[in-house]
Write a new protein. Sequence first.
Length: 369
Amino acid sequence: MTDMTQPHAVFVRQQPTDPRPAPAAAARPWWALLIGDALSAGMTLVAGLALVWLLPHLLSWAVVNGVWAGDGADCRAGGACWAFLKAKYPQILFGIYPPADRWRPMLVCALILGLGLWTLPPRHWTRLTLGLWGGGVGLSLVLMGGGVGGLAPIPTSAWGGLPITLLLTVLSLGLGFPCAVLLALGRQASLPVPRYLCVAIIELIRGVPLLSLLFIASILVPIMLPEGVGIDKLVRALAALTLVSATYLAEVLRGGLQAIPRGQVEAAQALGLSWLQTTRLIVLPQAIGKVIPPLTNTIIVTVKNTSLVLVVGLFDLLSAGRAAMADPAWPAPFAETYLLIAVVYFTICFSISRYARWLEGRMAKGVSR
């Protein structure tokens, strides 16, 4: 038996040991990375054969037999009708807005793009930027609607194309995010009344398709209003999009709030910070930083959801493209028109995705400015 009265030998390291390097990854040739196992090799072969068969047909349709100039009669030979896009791109991008005043929606698109580029660096996330966005959106609405400063009044029924897509996206997210913060905090509240109320709002809106909400805004709301009282169709579409974006963003933020350790709040309380200061300075910044990927996904979905506003009579980018194809003088080139619209949507969504990934990498490195 071991004598428990004898002292045990204790080893104390006097010098730190050198860190051991990570094991080197086994080098693999490039062809092994491309082909892999038998299944991957078969799929690669099938994809390569499909590309070899498809590429000549695509080049023949788009380049060799493509019509780059002319009218509808020239586009009936069978090739890509790029002349249609050349003639109709103003209508696709700006809808049925009066041609003489199309400089106004062009200025609106440039203004929103400029504000977006200004907001990209985190050092510009200040009250000044918030004020610039408020003034820029207000100026955009004035430019589109007119009626002041010598601008001809243009009803919202004539608005369309890319400006509608951008304005609805910016306004629904800008108005929906503060509502989402309140809903997420309310759902986490200890008091039962605000918690159950926020749960009911979130689950009700998320359980109804956006298309149904737009039908309600388009058909039921005008019926329920008193005679002589009306709400503009743009406002009705914006209300539906804002409700949907607010509830989805609230659930994303709730996941971030649940990831914040309780010790963060207790430390803030020990320092004498109020609930509002703790939430604004400590909890929300960390919660938002933890949910950048799902936030990005919700923003991209909001951009694409604007294509449903045709239900209330607004012509967004997709609807304006469909209207342009209705011209009987042209052979309705669907592929070319939808390709242009897809490029615009892809550019917007891909730019948002890349920026979010860059921002996530900065936050992971601890860079805040």
